[in-house]
Design a protein around this ligand. Structure first.
Ligand SMILES: *Cc1c(COP(=O)(O)O)cnc(C)c1O
Length: 362
């Protein structure tokens, strides 16, 4: 028996008639760009997160780019972020000519360590961009407090945490701007690329809407530089259907994540995920720390169980960021953890029998 790392087929089978109905409606009305489904999705998502504005965009990467552009981040500016994330987080900062300033992570949650942020702030710092890794929010109140003291905006990269809560409030609604991704394997995935931005600030929302469409404030009138960052109507239609099942999926993810932890917590040499008491995780990844990682990965592979490493090389060690001076900061926590983490198969339809079988092999 093989276990898929994520299982989009079972999900599709469960939603097939509704998805086909929604897709057909788009094919009939033919408004493929910014059709009514895009607006409908934005309203549903804003409501879900509990913020005033949602702007649907073309990917989680473009979403970060548009957020940074709306905040006026540019050449020579510094943006504080975590080195333990997907490349896009640091990449979009650098794409704008700004400098990603990495701050080491908390050894338990793997998110940026708020206590180390203040030391990284300089006169050039323009924003703080934490990532809510593996489906658990960063310590947003602590981060917002440092940011407020220095008058800085905070962008939460919630590409992995959509649906998670922090002190009872939803991820992406916890700071100046929240950003997420609808890449198929994310907790709320589409059938292609997609993403969304969230904010309570009217002016920022207006800016982000304009930047999404070539910096256009009315047809063929362009007060600023923007991008083509729109979400396809077809993707919006698909995500709308998936949203109907999302609460159930989030609940399943919690149950399955907690079951893994139960099955693995007695095992020697395994550190299961630590979920802070103020958080609920959507387990975008179920990631453990383990000794002899390569051996374990091979053993699981032999039993047709796929694994993944999120992420083997922290961003400050990526060749592309080598030229960025990181001010002699210590990255001892992330460097150690990046060598020890491995993610196990995780999706809302993962059967208990598969989890038990997998646990036997660890
Ligand atoms: C997936 C991901 C992104 C990028 O999202 P895309 O939709 O693939 O562009 C950005 N940040 C993090 C933390 C991610 O996991």
């Amino acid at each position: 028996m093989s276990i898929p790392f994520i299982d989009l087929k079972t999900q599709y089978q469960a939603l097939k008639p509704q998805i086909q109905e929604r897709i057909n409606r788009v094919l009939e009305h033919g408004q493929y760009i910014m059709g009514p489904e895009v607006r409908e999705l934005e309203e549903r998502l804003a409501d879900y997160v509990g913020v005033k504005h949602c702007i649907a965009v073309s990917s989680g990467t473009d979403s970060l780019l548009i957020a940074l552009m709306a905040l006026g981040i540019g050449r020579g500016d510094e943006v504080i972020t975590t080195p333990f994330t997907f490349i896009a987080t640091g990449e979009m900062i650098a794409l704008l000519g700004a400098i990603p300033v990495f701050v080491d992570i908390d050894p338990r949650t793997y998110n940026i360590d708020p206590e180390k942020i203040a030391a990284a702030i300089t006169s050039k710092t323009r924003a703080i961009m934490p990532v809510s890794l593996y489906g658990q929010c960063a310590d947003m109140d602590a981060i917002n407090a440092v940011a407020d003291k220095h008058g800085l905006p905070v962008i939460e990269d919630g590409a992995q945490s959509f649906g998670a809560t922090y002190k009872g409030r939803k991820s992406c609604g916890l700071s100046t701007i929240g950003s997420t991704s609808f890449f198929p394997s994310k907790p709320l995935g589409g059938y292609g690329d997609g993403g969304a931005l969230f904010t309570d600030e009217d002016e920022l929302a207006k800016l982000m809407r304009e930047i999404r469409v070539h910096g256009q404030d009315r047809r063929y009138h362009h007060p600023r530089i923007g991008v083509n960052g729109r979400l396809d109507t077809l993707q919006a239609a698909i995500i709308l259907v998936k949203l109907d099942r999302f609460d159930w999926e989030v609940e399943q993810r919690k149950i399955i994540g907690q079951r893994y932890t139960q099955l693995l917590s007695e095992k020697k040499g395994i550190i299961t995920p630590y979920i802070a008491p103020e958080n609920t995780s959507v387990y975008a990844q179920y990631t453990i720390q383990i000794n002899n990682r390569d051996q374990v990965i091979q053993r699981l592979k032999g039993a047709s169980i796929p694994t993944a490493v999120h992420y083997p090389v922290p961003l400050h060690q990526q060749p592309v960021f080598e030229s960025f001076d990181q001010k002699n900061t210590s990255f001892s926590v992330v460097e150690k953890i990046a060598q020890r983490v491995v993610s196990l198969p995780m999706h809302p339809n993962l059967p208990e029998t598969s989890q038990r079988m997998l646990a036997e092999l660890l």
